[in-house]
Design a protein around this ligand. Structure first.
Ligand code: ZN
Length: 315
C-alpha cells in the first residue's frame, strides 16, 4: 500500500500555537499576543492508495485561504497561508495520475480550514467526518470558533464517521475503514474534541496520519500540548496513547504540519529511528529493509518547485 504526501499549501502560525505556553485560557489566548512566527510549515494531506480505491486523509488548504475574514482575531493576526490553485489537493492528485473519481473517500481528521479547504475537488467522493466535529464547526458558533462553514462546497454532505469499533491498541475508540481492516480511524481528541487520526497497517509496521494531534513529532514525543486544545488532560492522554502506540510498533508519524513528515515517509523513519538518529547518526539507517517496497513518499516535483519560488518571492 502506498501513502503519498500531498503538500497542499504552506502556513505560518505563532510559535505558541505549536507548543502551548501556560495553561487554560491563557494558553489558548497566547498566540494572539505572541510576536514569534513559525517558519513556513507544510499543509499536508495524505493519499492512501488502497486496492478498494484512494482514501484521502484531509483535503489541505485552498487558494481561497489567502483571504481570510478580518473580523476574526485569529484569522487577522495568527495565521498566513501561501497556496496557488494548482497546489490544491485535487490538481496535485491529478498530476500523480488519479482522477477525482479514483478518490473513493475523503476522511477529515477535523474541519479546521486547512484540512477541509480542498474539498471542492471531490464532489463525488464519500466524505467522512466525526458528527461531533461537524456540529462544532457548523453555523455561527462554528464561525466564532474559527471554522469556515460558509466556504464548504454546496454539495458538502458528509457521512458521519462514528468510531464504534471498540478500542484499537491504546486508543479507546476506532473504526476500520476498509474491508481488509488495514486502514483504521482512531479517536485522538485534544486539538479538537472530536479529532481523529488514521492508521495504515502494513504488516508489523504502521503509518500514523495524525492531522493536528500534534504539530510535529517532537511535540508528540515530549507530550507538549498545543495552544489550541481545550482540555489539557484529554490532549495529554491522546499524546500519551500515541507514544504508547509508536513504542510498541515501528511507526511513521505524519502530522499535517511537520516539516520532516515527507522526509520521514520517504526515508521510512519512525520515531524510534528518529531518536536513534539523534543519539547515534550511524545507527539510524537500521530501518526495516522491505518497508520502502510497499510504502513510499511522493510529492509532485512541480509543486515543490512552486513552493520554493513562492518562498523566495515572499522573502
Ligand atoms: Zn487544526
Amino acid at each position: 500500500m502506498r501513502v503519498h504526501v500531498i503538500e497542499a499549501g504552506r502556513v505560518r502560525i505563532k510559535a505558541s500555537q505549536i507548543v502551548g505556553r501556560g495553561h487554560g485560557l491563557r494558553r489558548r489566548l497566547a498566540p494572539l499576543f505572541d510576536a514569534e512566527w513559525s517558519d513556513w510549515l507544510p499543509v499536508n494531506a495524505y493519499a492512501i492508495e488502497h486496492r478498494d480505491g484512494v482514501i484521502l486523509v484531509d483535503a489541505g488548504a485552498s487558494a481561497g485561504l489567502r483571504r481570510l475574514p478580518r473580523w476574526h482575531p485569529y484569522f487577522r493576526s495568527c495565521v498566513i497561508f501561501d497556496i496557488e490553485p494548482e497546489e490544491e489537493a485535487g490538481p496535485q492528485l491529478r498530476a500523480l495520475g488519479f482522477r477525482s473519481a479514483d478518490v473513493r473517500r475523503v476522511v477529515l481528521t477535523h474541519l479546521h480550514v486547512d484540512h477541509d479547504g480542498g474539498l471542492g475537488s471531490f464532489p463525488k467522493s464519500e466524505v467522512l467526518v466525526s458528527p461531533g466535529e461537524l456540529r462544532r464547526a457548523s453555523g455561527l458558533a462554528g464561525r466564532l470558533r474559527g471554522y469556515l462553514p460558509q466556504r464548504w462546497p454546496k454539495a458538502f454532505d458528509p457521512k458521519p464517521l462514528i468510531l464504534d469499533g471498540g478500542p484499537y491498541g491504546p486508543f479507546r475508540r476506532s473504526r476500520r475503514l476498509t474491508d481488509d481492516g488495514a486502514v483504521v480511524a482512531v479517536a485522538t481528541p485534544g486539538h479538537t474534541q472530536d479529532h481523529l487520526s488514521v492508521i495504515v497497517e502494513d504488516g508489523d509496521e504502521a503509518v500514523f496520519i495524525a492531522g493536528d494531534a500534534s504539530y510535529n513529532e517532537a511535540a508528540m514525543l515530549a507530550g507538549a500540548i498545543d495552544g489550541v486544545s481545550g482540555d489539557e488532560a484529554q490532549a495529554g492522554a491522546t499524546l500519551a496513547a500515541i507514544r504508547t502506540f509508536v513504542a510498541a510498533r515501528p511507526t511513521i508519524y505524519l502530522p499535517s504540519h511537520d516539516p520532516d513528515a515527507a522526509r520521514r515517509l520517504a526515508g521510512r523513519r519512525g520515531p524510534s529511528q528518529s531518536i536513534a538518529a539523534c543519539a547515534a547518526a550511524s545507527r539510524a539507517a537500521a530501518a526495516p529493509a522491505d518497508f520502502g517496497e510497499r510504502i513510499s513518499a511522493s510529492s509532485g516535483k512541480a509543486a515543490s518547485e512552486i513552493s520554493v519560488i513562492n518562498r523566495k518571492s515572499l522573502e
